[in-house]
Design a protein. Structure first.
Length: 338
């Protein structure tokens, strides 16, 4: 709570909890803060980790971007007060500092470990123990219990498996074109896995001394999101104001560059590609105002965006809109002529 008050004080606005007393409210801008709830983590019958929700409200007479900027800089939606002793380890967070070290066994059976190699991009580690206790029964009860410890089995998730791990452990090889090649007849190497947990105040380093790894899964997904485009009489004006170009001319140029019989083998230069992206963005923004405010942000939301699949549809949509507009003008002329 002291930290919260320190942040509010540094913002430079008068502040009060919930509201100012009657007759004591200052002139805007001022701040009121609330503590509407909490989502504490409990263990051993007590709060291990305190998570308090804080709501900060800024009051002004008019839109004030400078004041809102200060508020955003100090905004706290979930205020977390860590009640961890420097000597006690309570909560473990993200896995980090993951390394592997190759195992070498000589003719006499002596084991040595290679220099640890970093594996950046660790996401999660999930291990389950292998082996269950086995009971020996005599005289009608469990006379002796054998603990059958067969290690662990689980999954290590990485943003990307490093090339060094693929070659050192999975025994994939690089060909002359720097392409990784798998072999069905090769045996993978054993290794030690070293890691820490971010948030571990004792910085305990964990080591699994004798590990083996299977080939990683290969997963992907096609972006099946549907894109809505809208063409209207406002599009030429919007396009001209935003990109300072004539959409009629740009669409004609793009249409000339597309081979209608074989769109996938058409050749468009980078400038034409940028024109297409701008036209597609304007029509998409016209159909859905909630999409991002720049073409770059909008395009970043797609895995792929094929010009040769989308452009013919945009040209067809624009042609239908133009025909409708011309027909409407003819009907209007006919009515006014009467």
């Amino acid at each position: 709570m002291d930290k919260l008050l320190e942040i509010l004080k540094s913002a430079g606005f008068p502040y009060a909890y919930d509201h100012f007393a009657e007759g004591e409210a200052p002139d805007p801008p001022f701040v009121c803060y609330l503590l509407p709830g909490s989502d504490n983590f409990s263990a051993d019958g007590k709060v291990y980790y305190r998570i308090s929700e804080v709501r900060v409200e800024l009051y002004t007479d008019q839109k004030d971007f400078a004041a809102e900027g200060k508020r955003r800089a100090g905004r706290i939606r979930k205020w977390r007060e860590q009640e961890m002793s420097a000597k006690k380890n309570k909560v473990k967070f993200n896995i980090c500092n993951v390394h592997y070290a190759l195992i070498t066994v000589d003719e006499d059976g002596d084991v040595t470990f290679g220099t640890p190699v970093a594996m950046p991009g660790a996401v999660s580690l999930s291990l389950e123990p292998n082996g269950e206790p086995s009971n020996f029964y005599a005289d009608g009860y469990a006379y002796y219990t054998i603990s059958n410890n067969m290690g662990y089995e689980g999954d290590l998730e990485l943003a990307m498996v490093p090339e060094s791990f693929r070659t050192d452990v999975l025994k994939e090889s690089l060909d002359d074109n720097s392409v990784l090649v798998e072999s069905a007849n090769v045996e993978t190497a054993n290794f030690a896995l070293l890691f820490e947990f971010d948030g571990d105040v004792k910085k305990i380093r964990h080591v699994l001394y004798n590990c083996s790894a299977a080939r990683p899964n290969i997963e992907s997904a096609t972006n099946e999101e549907e894109i809505a485009f809208k063409a209207s009489a406002a599009i030429p004006r919007i396009y001209r104001m935003r990109f300072h170009r004539d959409i009629y001319k740009d669409l004609r140029d793009l249409e000339k560059g597309i081979d209608k019989n074989d769109p996938e083998n058409s050749n468009l230069d980078l400038f034409s590609l940028e024109m297409f992206e701008n036209i597609a963005y304007v029509m998409a923004k016209h159909a859905d105002p909630s999409i991002p405010d720049t073409p770059e942000e909008w395009l970043d939301s797609f895995n792929t965006f094929s010009i040769y699949q989308v452009l013919p549809q945009i040209i067809e949509l624009w042609g239908l809109n133009t025909q409708t507009d011309v027909q409407a003008k003819k009907n209007f002329a006919r009515l006014t002529g009467k």
